[in-house]
Design a protein around this ligand. Structure first.
Ligand code: 9MR
Length: 390
């Protein structure tokens, strides 16, 4: 089984992301769980404020994704089926709790021809599971794990030890090495045991490196240096001997992937339980590294599984047919990189639809990063994925 390490960005920003609808200026026109109108009155544009709220704001509506999205031309047999035909274990997606009230979305998420795996995007993180020391909350994670189990989809656990989305008590505490070791062990043991037997893999340690390949100066590294990684992996293995353990955040070759390569080598040399490495892959259309396959291969050569764990490929909005065609090529190339290396077991996109992507809230003016648009219509990127697996 695998535990994987991951790191995330948290910020909120305004981004234009028009969604078709007929609401008046300033009215809500979208957001997680929104079931009202999604078309804005003439002269206003449905604008994403955050994941839960979009409103009609004065502006030009000439750039809606649906208007520029020429759609998929493939007769779909499904992305999971395409992945399996290519010898992979799964094609999966991240999901989150707020959108579980969106019936069309849940139907697509539960379509096992498309998705053989799901990853909770937020509800297993430290702030969500242990907001107060020693008090654990699993309700949101349970909802998503139960959905995956019911659908017979593999569920990836995300994530145990990460510098981001930590509760204040942990991040602001002054810890000795012994205290923090116990905190990591207690958290990992309790969370992993709770879902033991139900998950395929855990992202145990997430995003331990800075871009330049140096260790991220997280609370964990400050107190324990690199020791925290093996501590977490060992606790995870003891709590669920069968789950695969991952560590990640790399894309192409470079300083960060060299840092990760050395880490995995060291972990294996010291007998720490590491089963896999995640290629995170939050990529930019037109700038996808050409060395992803070589990077996957170097980890495969160390004897670990590799997975693409958080794939999305963003662009500057508005999406145009030309940009969507470039994005199709980008998706095809990333998928091909996984297809070509046997040890690459599967691919997870970081949610299904542009409606729920994290990108616009963190990178203002960018988005349209996923294979389905805001209206759950397949984009050319979908065909790119199918072609990549072919
Ligand atoms: O998708 C997640 C988003 O909803 C959260 O707001 C964000 C907060 O940190 O985390 C996102 O997921 C991150 C993942 O857990 C780790 N890698 C980076 C992802 C994007 O920030």
């Amino acid at each position: 089984m695998t535990f994987r390490l991951s790191v995330a960005l948290l910020s909120v920003a305004l981004a234009l992301s028009p969604i078709a609808a007929q609401q008046q200026e300033w009215a809500q026109c979208g957001g997680s769980g929104w079931t009202g109108g999604t078309t804005c009155a003439t002269g206003t544009v449905c604008t994403v404020v955050n994941q839960w709220y979009s409103q009609c704001i004065r502006g030009t509506a000439s750039s809606t994704t649906s208007a520029s999205n020429p759609g998929s031309t493939s007769v779909s047999a499904g992305l999971q089926n395409a992945a399996v035909k290519a010898g992979k274990l799964y094609f999966g997606t991240a999901t989150d709790n707020p959108m579980q009230t969106d019936q069309a979305y849940v139907a697509l998420l539960s379509n096992t021809s498309e998705f053989g795996s799901i990853t909770p995007g937020n509800s297993m993180k430290w702030d969500a599971t242990e907001p107060t020391r020693g008090t654990f909350t699993f309700t949101n994670g349970d909802t998503l794990v139960n959905l995956g189990v019911k659908n017979k989809q593999l569920v990836r656990g995300h994530t145990l030890v990460w510098h981001n989305q930590l509760p204040g008590w942990l991040e602001n505490g002054q810890w000795t090495a012994a205290e923090l070791t116990k905190i990591i062990q207690d958290h990992t043991t309790t969370v992993v045991k709770h879902w033991a037997g139900k998950l395929y893999a855990w992202d145990v340690v997430n995003e331990p490196f800075e871009e330049d390949g140096t260790y991220r100066d997280s609370i964990f590294y400050k107190v324990l240096k690199t020791e925290y990684i093996a501590i977490a992996l060992r606790a995870a293995r003891a709590a669920d001997p069968k789950v695969k353990l991952y560590d990640y955040n790399i894309d192409g070759l470079g300083s960060k992937s060299t840092g990760m390569y050395n880490l995995v080598k060291n972990l294996k040399a010291q007998g720490a339980p590491i089963d896999g490495v995640g290629i995170q892959a939050h990529l930019i259309s037109g700038s996808v590294p050409s060395s992803i396959q070589a990077n996957i291969q170097q980890f495969a050569d160390l004897g670990v599984d590799v997975a693409i764990t958080e794939l999305d490929i963003r662009m500057t909005l508005p999406a145009t047919a030309a940009k969507l065609a470039q994005q199709k090529t980008d998706y095809q190339n990333v998928i091909k990189a996984c297809k070509n290396v046997k040890a690459c077991v599967g691919v997870t996109i970081w949610d299904i639809t542009d409606k729920y992507s994290w990108i616009p809230s963190v990178f203002p003016g960018q988005g349209a990063a996923l294979p389905w648009d805001e209206n759950l219509k397949k984009k050319p990127a979908y065909d790119g994925i199918v072609a990549g697996f072919a």
